[in-house]
Design a protein around this ligand. Structure first.
Ligand code: KG4
Ligand code: ZN
Length: 340
């Protein structure tokens, strides 16, 4: 049987990415980050779609070249249909559709959030990873989403808890902004927090029921602590940056861990995975490994490069859809809101 070689394209937010996967094995994964947003303290949608337009051809070209294949070898092209910024999604989806039409091969639309979860199934030659077995729970934490997903198969994914307001990544980024750190602040809070005392500052947690989350109150709580601190010392933030970051990180992550443990108990499922940009957070990864040590949970943590937005996760999702003959029509359109 001939190899299934899949090109994946991801352009939902501010990263232009293309990847090639052959029979489930990664051949290339190119991610081009857009630096243009840093000066604005957040992603500017119009600038993001313009940058995608500039990046898409070189990124796809490099992904195909680095994979060591020719475009004629491709079996299908898959792309992120949503959720995400409409202008950004339009660039990736239009490119994928026209490229596939030109090559006379099928297209496959992929849900970005499903892609994050599917990152656990990317195989690497010479580095066999252990993928979760079904059913498992996945804590999907990114800049736009915070969800607990019950994953029964590649196609059967149900959200059983989610944030009612801000996402965990948003809470990281907004907290970082208050501290005067550039966008995206999540990785910087992680970096500074490594050396700080996580119990130095106590920030209020907004309690919501069931398996849901609420992160919008944390900003106000941080602001209060900082205002009070600055009253006493003008250099309060600079002098306490490590402890502030460690405490903020602890507040955000603690809620995630408590809720995933609650879900595990309620559903009687001991296999826990994390996915999405925030799963790159080192403190979250440490806390998750503790669940393995203390409570005998089986935990699955993706490689760093497959945590934040990347096209390898879109290509692997497309590969399984391909095996299922789950193709899309050329009339398909991107959707800024798309549910699992
Ligand atoms: O999944 P992703 O790349 O894009 C979305 O789909 O949103 O997630 C981006 C989010 C940002 O909020 C970023 O600050 C956060 O993931 N993030 C982190 C870390 N790396 C990325 N948050 C905390 N610690 C990190 N190491
Ligand atoms: Zn994402």
């Amino acid at each position: 049987m001939s190899k299934k070689i899949i090109l994946g394209i991801e352009s939902s937010c501010d990263d232009t990415s293309a990847a090639v996967i052959s029979d489930g094995y990664i051949l290339s994964n190119i991610v081009s980050n857009q630096k243009v947003h840093q000066q604005f303290g957040g992603v500017v949608p119009e600038l993001a779609s313009r940058a995608h337009q500039q990046n898409i051809i070189p990124v796809v070209d490099t992904a195909i070249k680095n994979a060591g294949v020719n475009k004629e070898d491709l079996s299908a092209i898959c792309f992120t249909q949503g959720p995400g910024l409409l202008g950004s999604l339009l660039v990736g989806s239009s490119f994928a559709k026209s490229f596939a039409l030109g090559m006379n091969i099928p297209i496959i639309a992929v849900n970005h959030m499903q892609g994050h979860i599917m990152a656990h199934f990317i195989k690497e030659k010479g580095n066999e990873i252990k993928s979760p077995k079904f059913p498992f729970l996945c804590l999907t934490v990114s800049g736009g989403h915070t969800q607990i997903v019950l994953v029964k198969s590649f196609e059967d994914m149900t959200v059983i808890g989610e944030t009612l307001d801000d996402a965990a990544g948003e809470a990281f980024d907004k907290s970082a902004k208050i501290l005067g750190l550039p966008y995206p602040g999540g990785p910087l809070i992680d970096k500074f927090g490594k050396h700080g005392n996580k119990h130095k500052f106590i920030f209020g947690k907004h309690k919501v029921g069931e398996l849901n989350f609420s992160y919008s109150g944390i900003k106000t709580s941080i602001l209060r602590v900082i205002e009070k601190g600055i009253e006493e010392n003008d250099n309060f933030i600079e002098n306490n940056i490590e402890d502030l970051c460690a405490s903020i990180q602890h507040t955000i992550v603690d809620i995630l861990i408590k809720k995933i443990m609650k879900a595990s108990k309620e559903k009687g499922i001991n296999q826990i995975a994390i996915a999405g940009g925030v799963s790159a957070n080192s403190y979250l990864r440490t806390r998750l490994l503790e669940l393995k040590e203390k409570y005998n949970k089986e935990v699955y943590i993706p490689k760093f490069e497959y945590c934040t937005d990347n096209a390898a996760m879109i290509a692997i999702s497309g590969y399984y859809k391909f095996l299922d003959n789950n193709f899309s029509n050329q009339s398909i359109t991107p959707k800024s809101r798309l549910y699992l």
